[in-house]
Design a protein around this ligand. Structure first.
Ligand SMILES: [Zn+2]
Length: 215
């Protein structure tokens, strides 16, 4: 592991844990004393924690920002089906969470690949690859080689929030920074509502990260 250059306290909302890193030359006692001083910040993080939400029969999960009930019946089709606020799943109850997640991941990749293409066309750029993952802190990233990676959990978020993140990463295909030109392109792609989408993502983000956990 690289030697930390400065004291740092990080919080992982998906696991509810804190991580303190400190330079090797600093005493453990001094580092802990510093961490204790962050009590207020620590408490704020703990307050923001939402309980884990395992995917199980009868529970509500957000899908495209809409509360959706997981309805399980062994006789239903094994591949989940989404309709009228329900996600119907058949097959054995064991593996239900995995099947629902893989259904949502497929939906996320299809939806966001189409959106990347749509925004890329508008920005007159092209992405070399689009993939999904489950990063702990970021919603999306764009490499200097033009590879866009997005959190599958964005399919749980309201569509305007997901589209904002996709447009943001597409804008990075042209500008790998957050400068004025980047901001102008982002605003052109998203249209009005960038600030609103950011605020909603901040508010619902912690919950989205808890869906499918705790089992
Ligand atoms: Zn960015």
């Amino acid at each position: 592991m690289r030697n930390a250059r400065r004291l740092r306290l990080r919080f992982d909302a998906s696991t509810g844990s804190f991580k303190l890193t400190c330079p090797a030359r600093m005493s453990r006692k001094a580092a802990l004393a510093w961490a204790l001083d962050q009590r207020e910040w620590v408490q704020r993080q703990l307050d923001s924690i939402v309980p884990p939400e395992p995917i199980a029969p009868g529970v509500l999960i957000p899908v495209q920002g809409r509360d959706t009930t997981i309805v399980w019946d062994e006789s239903f089709r094994r591949t989940p089906q989404l309709a009228l606020g329900e996600l119907r799943c058949g097959g054995p109850e064991t593996g239900l969470q995995r099947r629902v997640e893989s259904f949502l991941k497929t939906m996320a990749l299809q939806t966001m690949s189409a959106e990347v293409a749509e925004f890329a066309k508008a920005a007159e750029v092209s992405a070399s690859a689009v993939s999904i993952g489950d990063p702990a802190t970021r919603w999306g990233s764009c490499s200097s080689q033009g590879r866009i990676r997005l959190s599958w959990r964005l399919i749980l978020a309201p569509p305007e929030v997901r589209r904002y993140v996709v447009a943001h990463e597409v804008a990075h295909l042209k500008h790998l920074n957050h400068g004025p030109q980047f901001k102008a392109l982002e605003a052109r792609l998203v249209g009005p509502g960038v600030a609103e989408a950011k605020a909603v993502l901040r508010r619902v983000g912690p919950r989205l990260r808890r869906v499918g956990r705790g089992r």
